[in-house]
Design a protein around this ligand. Sequence first.
Ligand code: A3P
Length: 346
Amino acid sequence: MPLSHQQWLRQRLFVLGSLVLGSLFFLVVREGTLDRLQLICLIKDRLSPACASGQIPLHALQHKQALRLKLHRRNSTREQLQMHHLIKQLPRAIIIGVRKGGTRALLEMLSLHPDVVTASQEVHFFDNDLSYACGVDWYLKNMPFSFPNQITIEKSPAYFITEEVPERIFKMNSSIKLLLIVREPTTRAVSDYTQVLKGKEHKNKTYDKFEELVIDTNTCEVNTKYKAVQTSIYTKYLEHWLKFFPIEQFHIVDGDRLITDPLPELKMVEQFLNLPSQISQYNLYFNATRGFFCLRFNFMFNKCLVGSKGRIHPNVNPSIKAKLERFFHPFNQKFYQITGRTFNWP
Ligand code: A3P
């Protein structure tokens, strides 16, 4: 029986719709992350202009993603950039550390905010003498493009423990905002050890056990020369920073809470950075497979951190763990006192 015109049209529309949906599904499954799907974001005008209240307006995110696409290409002419009011700005806030505190998660989560642009790589300007010698222009060049109303944030965890860094940052901008994300010191030390261990394993090299590195075999006390132990003595470094910046310029983020309940931590950061509250529960969802919160940019694009974030830690001998916790205890008390933020650390 011949199809009526209406039936024919319906059939065609169905096929076309299936094709479009199928292609989108294929792209999402294949590419997985938002970063690689920015082309799609260019169709911003065809998508609904804003999300429900409390969520980031879609257009802001898509605008931002379209902008990032341009940056990735890095072949836009000066005129094109000016036309889009795109500029490079020095960071108004820096995540200075601490290594394995959750610095990547914090940066990525802040990038959910439409007024924030983040440097995708660790820049290592202030802690690397060669880069620093290139001057602030070099630093600026390594920043992402942004709109004038956006703020730029970078993270380089080595800044926190490198002696020269506070003075160098102060010379660039004495009123810059400093974000420090910390975790319970023993857990952080184990995470630090795990990162190095994985690096060695990758190169087919062997590595000492955590217990062997963390305890001085001569004294049977905690080995304070071991870098993973040193880095967890937060006061040691913070006190040096305080020679240059008042404590009000720091905001301490609870890295353990960022893992289990990120939103309240992000709200506090928004407030510290004087940003309107934009990141909502909608933007964060728990991914049971990863065992961590992942980011939802909009109804279609989401992103989890790479697999090297959130490693399984080796089991640590309980008596060594207890010894470390006792060792860190007085430093922790001092840290609470200086920062005005108390944690439930042992
Ligand atoms: P582990 O790998 O020890 O679990 P950094 O980015 O500073 O190197 O910190 C890495 C740590 O970020 C990880 O340490 C992980 O626990 C933590 N983290 C916090 N939120 C995370 C998230 N949403 N996804 C993955 N890792 C997260």
